[in-house]
Design a protein around this ligand. Structure first.
Ligand SMILES: Nc1ncnc2c1ncn2[C@@H]1O[C@H](COP(=O)(O)OP(=O)(O)OP(=O)(O)O)[C@@H](O)[C@H]1O
Ligand SMILES: [Mg+2]
Length: 310
């Protein structure tokens, strides 16, 4: 598989601030790549360097084989962009905006079809300043698609959207992927990244602290699966006496970590054999959000250091 995006040793400083501090990664063509990190981690800086909007301090980057800074013109024909906090002219309508972008890129456009694709058809003729926040985001997405892009950069495309509107954007992202396009997505909604992304990287203070598929990151950094039993704390004492597995009491439940099906069966048998009354149980696995919170928290506390740091 060829790389749509290659980043090697990228740095960006704003005076004394090392916003991006030597990051490297590649994004496969046709993949959805989620770039995650807390506020100020360096996501938008990286995205805008890849879009050719900001100049890097060091390292090399390639998008579709082009250097975004020196080959910006050629690149802009092939990429679609929604900037973080997308804004547009107050008195322009979505229909006009789509037509305008079509002329800019010298591309034929079908405004009703494009606006329907992002669920904005009913606002085709409303002034931009009368659109809701989510509708403005949807217009941004429509404009990013005008030039039939091979790579789409979506910087927080779903921030502030209601749950239904977010799902509409997810569908667009899935359809972009189905078309074979590459999507570079930043988001603070971790479940969105877990659902949509083929590849994930987590950036913290300008350094990548984890990368892989969501499942790989969860496996590597998450806690094992737990059986959560609704039962009084004495169950924990009984289980500790009979099992060699970690047992915790948490808010009216007793949690037992397990790694294999065998272990799970043993836990269930021990719960049943304990004689302690229990009212129900469920299993729980870490989500990408659980792992993100724990990783970023440990980095902030200085307990964990970026891979490769001494
Ligand atoms: N133009 C600029 N001049 C000076 N510092 C900047 C500039 N742009 C960004 N920074 C700083 O660089 C760091 C990274 O900012 P960036 O916008 O890339 O973060 P982000 O990961 O996109 O955050 P968010 O999740 O809040 O959007 C921050 O410390 C920010 O204050
Ligand atoms: Mg940002």
């Amino acid at each position: 598989m060829t790389d749509a995006i290659r980043v090697d040793g990228l740095t960006k400083s704003y005076g004394p601030v090392h916003a991006v501090d030597g990051i490297s990664f590649t994004v496969d063509q046709g993949a959805v790549f989620a770039f995650l990190g807390p506020n100020g981690a360096g996501k938008t800086t990286t995205v805008e360097i890849l879009e050719g909007l900001r100049r890097r301090t060091g390292g090399s980057v390639e998008v579709l084989g082009l250097d975004p800074w020196s080959d910006g013109r050629a690149l802009h024909e092939k990429v679609g962009v929604i900037p973080q906090d997308f804004r547009f002219l107050d008195k322009i309508t979505p229909r006009e905006a789509v037509v305008y972008y079509g002329r800019l890129f010298d591309r034929p456009v079908d405004p009703p079809a494009l606006l329907a694709r992002v669920e904005l058809a009913e606002k085709a003729d409303a002034h931009y300043d009368t659109l809701s926040g989510g509708q403005k985001q949807k217009l941004g997405l429509a404009l990013a698609l005008v030039n039939d892009p091979k790579v789409c950069f979506l910087d927080e495309p779903t921030t502030g959207l209601d749950p239904k509107a977010r799902r509409a954007i997810w569908e667009v992202v899935r359809s972009l992927k189905a078309d074979g396009r590459t999507v570079f997505l930043t988001t603070h909604y971790l479940e969105e990244a877990q659902l949509l992304a083929d590849q994930v990287a987590i950036i913290h203070q300008g350094k990548i602290i984890a990368e892989g598929t969501a499942a790989e990151i969860i496996r590597r950094y998450g806690r094992p699966q737990r059986l959560v039993v609704d039962a009084p704390p004495e169950l924990a004492d009984r289980l500790r006496a009979t099992l060699r597995l970690p047992v915790q009491v948490a808010g009216g439940t007793v949690e037992v970590e397990y790694r294999t099906k065998d272990d799970l069966q043993k836990v269930l048998a021990a719960v049943q054999g304990s004689g302690v009354p229990w009212s129900g149980f469920s299993t729980r696995s870490d989500t990408l959000e659980d792992v993100f919170i724990s990783l970023v928290g440990r980095m902030d506390e200085g307990v964990l250091h970026p891979p490769g740091a001494s």
